[in-house]
Every structure is written in C-alpha cells, then in structure tokens.
Design a protein around this ligand. Structure first.
Ligand code: URA
Length: 236
C-alpha cells in the first residue's frame, strides 16, 4: 500500500491545486481514491493509491477546453437520469475524460457554455470573487424601459430580498436587450426581470468572460477553444 498521506496534500502536491482548492474539490464530492468517493480532506490514502478528480486520474489528464452552443432542452450537468445532458452532445472520445460544464445554464437557456476537465480553472472562473462578466440576450413578455436599465445599474432586489450586484441592461427593442451580470445566482436573469414584472420568454448567453459565442456554431455544436481563447481565459 505504501506510505499513507492526506488526500488534500496528495492533490496539492501535483501543483494543479492549492491546499484550499483541493479541500473544496474533495468536499464537493469530486475526488475518488482507490475508486471510492471521498469527502474528507484529511482522509489518508496510500501513496500509490489511484486518485481521480471528476473521474480524471491526477497527473495523467490532458486539459480540454470546449465551447458549446447549448441548445434548449439539455441540462448543464454530466449525468442526470432521464435527461439529455450537455455531455451527450459530445462525441465518444469526450465521454470519459472528466469534462464538466464550467457553470450552468437552465434547461431552456441557450448559448455559450465552456466545458473543461480543468477543475482549478473552472473553480477560478466561477468563484464569486472573480466577478467574470456574463452577457445574455434576453426577450421578455412586456416592455423594457430606462427604469429597468436604471434598476439593473443600481442592483435589482430579488423576491427573496437578495440585492444583485450592479449590472447593465442595453435595450435593443421594446422587449429585447443584452444584460450583463458579474455573478451567477440561480435563475438570476429570470428572477431579476420577473421582479420587474417582465417575465423572460427567451434567454441566450452570448459571452462568458473573454469568450464570445461563435456565431458559426449551430445550436448543439461545439469546438475546442482556440489558442487565443485559452490564453484569454487563463489571464481572466
Ligand atoms: N439566468 C437565468 O435565469 N438562467 C440562466 O440559464 C442563466 C442566467
């Protein structure tokens, strides 16, 4: 079995994650040791026991970064019984390399989704303090106006009392706009506009940080990020 060492230390020793990131990954249930899911950072594993994050053996993975044009009707997870997932849209070679979506779009939301097996990068892009801009094209039932734009600029208060960070609403027509948010709360755009009495009828993410949805990608299609796009997400 070899010497025993703490699981979080073993992950951090790869240089891919800090001790804190390693602990978060373990607590989130993304780490297996000897094929068993392990949620305790302090648990001891044999030095030669196989350890994997999101199913990818540590030290043996190749990072993969894909841009997907998510269509409506698929869920942003890797495995959900009875649902078609974003992974189902990828080919055979991409099924078992630990890919997961960096963030979530609702089942009925379309647009840009980054899929990767690079946990630390995803973790960094999604950390609330990273404040990565997300831009959505939105259509509503109702008429959007300058009062809505001002409310978004100030930070809309949601039904549960949560005060959103200031965002930006750029009106395109009476009932369509681009909305830019620096956070990603559950159903955030829908809840923000519902609180203005203008329910969302269509939502599509067109930008995620430095990544812009490639309009050449039909719904359901995907491609690897270009080198420039990879550089851009690393310097985000
Ligand atoms: N806001 C929402 O309401 N839904 C999404 O899918 C993304 C942002």
């Amino acid at each position: 079995m070899g010497e025993l060492e703490r699981l979080d230390k073993r992950l951090a020793a790869t240089g891919k994650w800090s001790r804190r990131e390693a602990r978060d990954l373990i607590r989130a249930g993304r780490v297996t040791a000897d094929g068993q899911r392990c949620r305790a950072p302090e648990s001891k594993v044999g030095a030669d026991a196989p350890v994997a994050v999101d199913g990818v053996p540590i030290g043996a993975d190749r990072p993969v970064y894909l841009m997907l044009h998510k269509p409506a009707g698929v869920v942003s997870s890797t495995d959900e019984p009875g649902e078609r997932t974003v992974l189902d849209l990828l080919g055979e070679a991409y099924q078992n390399i630990g890919l997961f979506p960096a963030g979530r779009l609702d089942k009925d939301t379309e647009g840009l989704l980054l899929l990767t097996n690079d946990g630390p990068l995803a973790h960094r892009l999604l950390a609330p303090k990273s404040h990565v801009d997300k831009v959505y094209y939105v259509e509503v039932d109702g008429v959007l106006d300058e009062d809505d734009a001002e409310a978004v600029r100030q930070g809309v208060k949601l039904g549960d009392g949560y005060a959103c960070l200031p965002g930006k609403l750029e009106l395109l027509s009476d009932s369509s706009a681009y909305i830019t948010l620096r956070e990603g709360k559950y159903h955030q755009v829908k809840r923000m506009l519902a609180s203005r009495g203008k329910p969302v009828t269509y939502l599509k993410r067109v930008r995620f940080g430095p990544l812009e949805l490639d309009e050449g990608l039909p719904r359901g299609a995907w491609r690897p990020l270009t080198e420039e796009e990879q550089k851009a997400i690393f310097s985000q």
